[in-house]
Write a protein that binds this ligand. Structure first.
Ligand code: 17E
Ligand code: FE2
Length: 414
């Protein structure tokens, strides 16, 4: 397979990309536009880039919005209550069917790497077991990482620690947490130290729902970052949401950032979800409730964007399109200065890959697996301006999806 007339990120000229045995075998700069020939795909000057990464989604809850009740208030906490009503209705078939549908949606939109949180505050671990089974079945289409996510707490839920350990035995790759939702600050702190110790013992990654609340007193991030630093595992640790950071005062943030930089932990922000769920207890002016993405990036920390939810008790919308999340995120985070726009795709590609720790196999480089997508537009800015569909997604040299650009059939003359 050969891709011709492709643009690569950060480069002006056209490239030809050859694939052999599922890997990139040649990446050649072209002097001019090439004519299409048999066996080649004409990218027509569009951007060939590494696949989209969805680093934070809840596949277990996807496509359950309104079952049995709708979230009327739009708060995170009502979402947790509505989900607790749906949880006893879970069955292996129900989970499998919804997960496959959601993954299909994500794959159709250029995603090849997914980290899913799966609620393990369920004595039967129904969803966790069902999703662990799907992992190998899906491996030709996506790389799936599973987080053991204690939605109702580790310290605050009966047998919370045992359920977390059992989930790891059943195949979870990543240790989760939810310190701001534990009954007390002490429980939250203890749970964070336990999570990092467990990661040291097991070699697993860590991804914590951390300070997902508008409370400026929710300060578990400093506990997580300190524990990660002292265990020397920062790059293997992720703090998701950290929306309370939106509300921290600048003096505290200035002190906190020193620790964050030393710890080298990763951040995931879910801008569409946070702008919807946060700020719900404010009148006017209303906080946006999104973590300090711009400032974290400027401090050299790794931040990526994620969707979080697709049609679940927390978020009724969502369609697998990370370009929509990116567009919304850079608006709400004031990240539309031209230099920020020029590399904005990092937020849904490379930075996500770093969070998932899959950089060894990720990227358009000689010898790496031929995993890539073709987007409408020749560079990051054009892709965002066009908001087009993903035209091609290739994994290990095999086409996953291919589509034609939308065609306007009729328009007035000017
Ligand atoms: N659960 C949670 O605690 N936070 C979220 N954003 C979602 C589920 C979607
Ligand atoms: Fe989440």
């Amino acid at each position: 397979m050969k891709i011709i007339n492709a643009r690569l990120r950060g480069q002006e000229s056209l490239f030809s990309i050859s694939i052999r045995d599922g890997c990139f075998s040649q990446i050649e700069q072209q002097q001019s536009t090439l004519a299409i020939s048999a066996g080649s795909y004409d990218a027509k000057g569009n951007l060939c880039c590494a696949p989209f990464v969805e680093p934070h989604i809840h596949l277990d809850a996807a496509l359950t919005a309104g079952q049995p009740n709708w979230n009327m208030s739009g708060t995170l906490f009502e979402g947790i209550e509505r989900w607790a009503e749906r949880k006893p209705m879970l069955s292996a078939e129900d989970v499998e069917q919804r997960v496959l549908k959601t993954v299909e949606l994500l794959v159709a939109n250029g995603v090849q790497y997914i980290r899913t949180h799966v609620d393990v505050t369920d004595p039967q671990l129904v969803a966790l077991k069902a999703i662990a089974k799907l992992k190998s079945r899906l491996q030709d289409k996506i790389l799936l990482q599973i987080v053991a996510f204690p939605q109702e707490g580790i310290w605050s839920y009966p047998n919370g620690r045992e359920l977390m350990l059992q989930a790891l035995e059943e195949g979870a790759d990543v240790i989760g947490g939810i310190p701001h939702f534990e009954f007390t600050r002490e429980y939250g702190v203890e749970s964070m130290r336990w999570v990092i110790e467990l990661a040291q013992q097991t070699g697993k990654l860590v991804d914590v729902h951390c300070d997902e609340i508008d409370d400026d007193a929710a300060r578990f991030l400093e506990v997580l970052a300190t524990a990660a630093l002292e265990a020397n595992i920062g790059p293997r640790v992720t703090a998701s949401h950290t929306t309370a950071m939106h509300s921290y005062n600048n003096a505290y943030c200035s002190k906190l950032f020193r620790l964050l930089k030393m710890s080298k932990i990763n951040f995931v922000s879910c801008p569409t979800e946070s702008i919807h769920l946060q700020g719900r207890f404010d009148s006017y002016p209303k906080r946006r409730g999104i973590t300090r993405v711009k400032e974290l990036r400027e401090a050299g920390l790794n931040v990526c964007f994620a969707q979080d939810s697709i049609q679940d008790p927390w978020y009724t919308l969502g369609n697998g399109k990370l370009l929509r999340v990116l567009d919304s995120g850079i608006h709400s985070c004031h990240m539309m200065g031209y230099s920020e726009l020029q590399n904005c795709l990092d937020l849904i590609t490379d930075n996500g890959a770093r969070t998932l720790q899959v950089e060894d196999e990720y990227g358009i480089e000689l010898g790496k697996p031929a995993n890539f997508i073709v987007l409408e537009g020749g560079n990051d800015v054009e892709v965002l301006q066009k908001q087009g569909e993903v035209l091609l997604s290739v994994r290990q040299g095999q086409i996953l999806i291919e589509r034609k650009p939308a065609e306007l059939l009729q328009s007035p003359t000017f």
